[in-house]
Write a protein that binds this ligand. Structure first.
Ligand code: ARG
Length: 458
């Protein structure tokens, strides 16, 4: 059934109907569409624009439709153009005349703007939960690995020793920023477009504050044209989701590297790995690779919507229907990635011994050896040169700085004493870095305390 047949003398071409229709995807927010309609009729009745009997018949009808859709007793069919037409048609079939009054003082333009906002708001809550879950898992691992030493890298070359806790803390920062971005978006978008009509408001005395309140908004939107034409909040969300995907992807890239036979810093659990159809020895990090790979489609959604919106004059244009599939896909993709990623890291084995050995063998304590000389009065530039010679010596012998004898040290510089070993031990190198933000345990414990408060864990 069409909502707009009156003006037309010919049937719609079937291909046109198919091309124009959005029901195959906007049925995803049937729940929110019904929620919005219920608030709308409550407001209409309050304003004397609908009788109490009609209101009750409509509300009951809508709740019945929702229950039947949920149980599967009612099935959404493709002869309807969109979810709004479907709900109104079934309602009218079920409750008769009253159903035809539902759309008083409303356009599908403000209706779809509302539905999409309600849907987005609900999804932001779910994303919020998932990011929170990941942050909690990271925090747990950070507490467990305060003294798991590992090399820190620049240029993917071993640089200075850090701890796994500190490394994971960098990701905590990233995902926490993501969380606050989601909160910002929710706050900025939380104004109700219902009552904006097609573009210019309506002539009915609607109480827009009331519908806004019923639906949990901070108030009504203040310009009816912008209300039906605004998709900024979706662009903001897709941008925030792209950043989440980028963070997950960077982390996955590291896990893939750490999981190689060459590194062996971690072992992804069997339950999160896959095998090869031909090579029996293989255990592949497919999940980490897929999460990394899916980043592309999330970025794609952002660019697609930005491009769709750039040429649309005010107010509503059908172009905007294109916002849905790509937003739904990006949200579902990121939700899936967050859940799988959290499961993967919580079941993963971190090999403390391998990480520590790698930090020892990569001259990550060379800077500290130079600092040792500086503390004994040597100029830093000279100290740098001396340690360069030590490193060269070790490379030739295939040993670490810690393995050199004191005689060997002294042969290169007489300044070295027995206390050099203590000064360049991994523990010392890390623990001496105790300014806030650094990997030393005391600094890390303070930061973890701050993170716990942020997540309301203390
Ligand atoms: N399916 C449409 C959309 O998603 C609903 C709004 C239709 N409005 C209109 N004037 N054709 O944007």
């Amino acid at each position: 059934m069409k909502l707009w047949g009156g003006r037309f003398t010919k049937e719609t071409n079937q291909l046109v109907h198919n091309f124009n229709a959005s029901i195959s995807f906007d049925q995803k927010f049937y729940h929110q569409d019904i929620e919005g309609s219920i608030a709308h009729v409550k407001m209409l009745a309050k304003q004397g624009l609908l009788t109490a009997e009609d209101r009750d018949a409509i509300v009951e009808g809508l709740l019945g439709i929702r229950a039947d859709l949920e149980s599967g007793a009612l099935v959404i069919t493709s002869e309807h153009e969109d979810i709004h037409s479907f709900v109104e048609a079934v309602l009218t079939e079920r409750v008769g005349e009253a159903g035809k009054r539902l759309h008083t003082g409303r356009s599908r333009n403000d209706q779809v703007a509302l539905d999409m906002k309600l849907y987005t708001r609900d999804e932001i809550s779910e994303l919020d939960q998932l990011v929170n879950g990941l942050l909690k898992e990271l925090l747990k691992l950070m507490e467990e690995h305060l003294d798991t030493y590992m090399p820190g890298f620049t240029h993917l070359q071993k640089a200075q020793p850090i701890t796994l806790s500190h490394h994971l803390g960098a990701y905590f920062e990233m995902f926490y920023r993501d969380l606050t971005r989601l909160h910002d978006i929710r706050k900025r978008m939380n104004y109700c477009p219902l009552g904006s009509g097609a573009l210019a408001g309506t002539t009915y005395p609607l109480d827009r504050e009331y519908t806004a309140e019923l639906l949990g908004f901070d108030g009504p939107t203040l310009n009816s044209m912008d209300s039906v034409a605004d998709r900024d909040y979706l662009i903001e969300l897709l941008s925030a989701l792209s950043t989440v995907a980028m963070h997950l992807s960077r982390f996955c890239e590291e896990i893939i590297i750490w999981n190689t036979n060459e590194y062996r810093f971690v072992e992804i659990d069997d339950s999160y790995s896959t095998g090869s159809s031909i090579m029996p020895q293989k255990k592949n990090p497919d999940i980490a690779e897929l999460i990394r790979g899916k980043t592309g489609r999330v970025y794609g959604a952002l660019i697609a919507l930005l491009t769709t919106m750039k040429g649309t004059p005010l107010a509503y244009n059908k172009d905007m229907q294109e916002d849905k599939e790509l937003t739904f896909d990006a949200i579902d993709t990121v939700k899936g990635c967050l859940a799988l990623f959290t499961g993967m890291i919580s079941s993963m084995t971190f090999r403390r011994d391998v990480m520590e050995k790698s930090a020892k063998n990569g001259f990550t304590n060379a800077t500290d050896a130079a600092d040792y000389l500086v503390n004994k009065g040597v100029a830093f530039r000279d100290a740098h040169g001396v340690v360069g010679q030590l490193v060269l010596f070790c490379i030739e012998k295939g040993i670490a700085l810690d393995d050199m004898t004191l005689e060997e040290y002294k042969a290169i510089s007489p300044v070295f004493e027995e206390d050099i070993y203590e000064a360049i031990s991994l523990k010392t190198c890390v623990e001496k870095r105790m300014t806030i933000g650094a990997p030393g345990q005391e600094a890390m414990k303070k930061v973890i305390g701050i993170y716990k408060k942020r997540l309301d864990l203390e």
